[in-house]
Design a protein. Structure first.
Length: 122
């Protein structure tokens, strides 16, 4: 009688272990899926940050437009030609005022030669 009882308990224990193994297998699969979803979310966030960074860099890049406004010529070989340089970037003139490109294109001596006063003491 004890032998039959022990046999029945072993069957029940074996079945319980089998069910635990199935549950563990399901849990592992859920964790694998969760990790994949998390990886995809992180990848999407990285791509979004990279896109925003490229957009910001593009907005900050100056976009100079040079427009000629006419000229005049004298008989002694002297000519005068007027033009306008404007910035069409997203942030306008103030963002590009300190850029190397503008300093090279329009150095301070250019404005001094035109007789314009400095806006800030140096």
């Amino acid at each position: 009688m004890g032998y039959l009882q022990q046999c029945e308990e072993l069957k029940l224990s074996t079945e319980a272990l089998r069910l635990q193994a199935e549950e563990l297998k399901k849990f592992v699969e859920q964790q694998r899926e969760f990790a994949e979803v998390t990886r995809l979310q992180v990848e999407g966030e990285r791509e979004a940050l990279a896109y925003e960074r490229r957009q910001r860099e593009e907005e900050e890049r100056p976009s100079f437009v040079v427009v000629g406004v006419g000229g005049s010529f004298r008989g002694d070989g002297y000519c005068n030609y007027g033009f306008v340089i404007s910035n069409k970037s997203a942030h306008g003139q103030w963002r590009v005022s300190q850029t190397p490109a503008l300093s090279i294109a329009l150095p301070l001596r250019f404005f001094k030669q035109m007789g314009l006063p400095s806006l800030a003491p140096r």
